[in-house]
Design a protein around this ligand. Structure first.
Ligand SMILES: Cc1cc2nc3c(=O)[nH]c(=O)nc-3n(C[C@H](O)[C@H](O)[C@H](O)COP(=O)(O)OP(=O)(O)OC[C@H]3O[C@@H](n4cnc5c(N)ncnc54)[C@H](O)[C@@H]3O)c2cc1C
Length: 281
C-alpha cells in the first residue's frame, strides 16, 4: 500500500554491523519501499568511521528503487577524502545528501579541515555545483552546544544561504517547539521545507540516554508514564505509539511538509505511526 500523499515521507537507517543485520535491513527496506517514500537516508559514523559501511548500506537500500541520501559529516575529515567520496557518490548516481558537521571528536582525533556544516555545504557546492539536493539538520529545541536559540536559528539560516535545499529536524516530543522554530526561521526570510524528524518509542532506557545527549526533552508526563511501565514492553510501546502518532498528526495538521522517521532499522514502529495518521492526499 502506498501512502499516496503529497507529504514528504522518508525513513532513516544506520549501517548494520553484521551480515545478519544487512540481511534484515533488506527486508525492512522492502516493507518500507511499499509505501513509496520520497527517500531513504543512511547515517555516517563520526569522523568517517562508517565511511565504507555507509557506502555499502546506501547501495543495499537503493536496490529497493527508492531514492537514497547518504549522510555525510565533515568534522575530523580532510577535504581530499570528502572530495573523493562525493565523486564516488556522483559516479554511482546518488543525487541527494544529508550534510552535517557531526559530533565533536574526543581524545586525540583532530578537528580536520571543516568546522561547521555550513563549511561542508559550501565545499559540496564548490565541488559539485547543483548536482546534489542537500538536506541539513535543524534543532527545534536548540542544538545542545548553542548559547541561544537566536544564534542557533541564524546559523541554521547560514546553512541554507550556503546552499542547503531543505532540513530534517532532530527528534522532539513537543509540537510547539517545531512551530516556534519554523516561525523564527520564516521571520528571517528563509522558506526551505523543514521536515520534522520523528522517533518511534520502543525502548525507554535507550531513548532517555540518547535524548539527554542530543537535547530532546521528553515531557514529564510521558517520562513518568514510560518509567512506570518498567519491563512491560507491550504497554510501553502501545503508549509510545499513541503518543508519537498524536504528535505527528499535530505537526501535519499544523502544516509540516512531511515526516522523517528515525527507524533504527525496524519497519513496524514507523509503519504503526504512519498507519495511524490521516494524511492530506
Ligand atoms: C537529521 C539529522 C541527521 C543526523 N545524522 C548524523 C549522522 O549521520 N552522523 C553523525 O555523526 N551525526 C548525525 N547527526 C547529529 C549531528 O551531527 C550533531 O547534532 C552535531 O552536533 C551537529 O551537526 P550539524 O550539522 O547540525 O552542525 P552545525 O550546523 O555546524 O552546528 C553545530 C553547532 O555549531 C553552531 N554553529 C554553526 N555555525 C557556527 C558558526 N559559524 N560559529 C559558531 N557556531 C556555529 C550551531 O549553532 C550548533 O550549535 C544528525 C542530526 C540530525 C538532526
Amino acid at each position: 500500500m502506498s501512502t499516496e500523499s503529497s507529504l514528504s515521507i522518508s525513513f532513516e537507517f544506520f549501517p548494520p554491523r553484521t551480515e545478519v543485520g544487512e540481511e534484515k535491513l533488506r527486508l525492512v527496506r522492502d516493507r518500507l519501499a511499499e509505501r513509496s517514500p520520497h527517500f531513504f537516508s543512511v547515517t555516517f559514523g563520526a569522523g568517517g568511521s562508517t565511511r565504507e559501511k555507509t557506502f555499502g548500506t546506501v547501495q543495499n537500500v537503493r536496490e529497493s528503487g527508492v531514492d537514497t541520501a547518504p549522510h555525510l559529516s565533515c568534522i575530523s575529515s580532510e577535504r581530499s577524502d570528502l572530495s573523493d567520496l562525493l565523486k564516488r557518490y556522483q559516479d554511482v548516481g546518488i543525487e541527494r545528501l544529508v550534510a552535517l558537521r557531526g559530533d565533536m571528536p574526543s581524545g586525540s582525533m583532530g578537528v580536520g579541515d571543516f568546522r561547521y556544516a555550513s563549511d561542508l555545504i559550501q565545499f559540496i557546492r564548490e565541488e559539485t555545483g547543483d548536482h546534489f539536493k542537500l538536506s541539513v539538520a535543524a534543532y527545534p529545541e536548540c542544538h545542545p552546544q548553542s548559547d541561544t536559540i537566536e544564534k542557533d536559528v541564524s546559523r541554521f539560516v547560514d546553512k541554507v544561504k550556503a546552499g542547503a535545499d531543505m532540513a530534517i529536524t532532530q527528534y522532539f516530543f513537543n509540537a510547539d517547539a517545531y512551530f516556534h522554530f519554523v516561525d523564527r526561521v520564516r521571520a528571517k526570510g528563509c522558506d526551505v521545507p523543514i521536515i520534522p524528524g520523528i522517533m518511534p518509542i520502543t525502548n525507554y532506557s535507550k531513548l532517555a540516554r540518547f535524548s539527554e545527549l542530543c537535547g530532546a526533552e521528553i515531557p514529564r508526563f510521558a517520562r513518568r508514564q514510560l518509567e512506570a511501565y518498567g519491563d512491560d514492553t507491550q504497554s510501553l510501546q502501545a503508549f509510545g505509539q499513541e503518543f508519537v502518532t498524536k504528535l505527528s498528526q499535530q505537526l501535519i495538521d499544523g502544516g509540516a511538509p512531511g515526516i522523517h522517521f528515525y527507524t533504527l532499522n525496524q519497519a513496524e514502529p514507523s509503519l504503526a505511526i504512519l498507519d495511524g495518521l490521516s494524511l492530506p492526499r
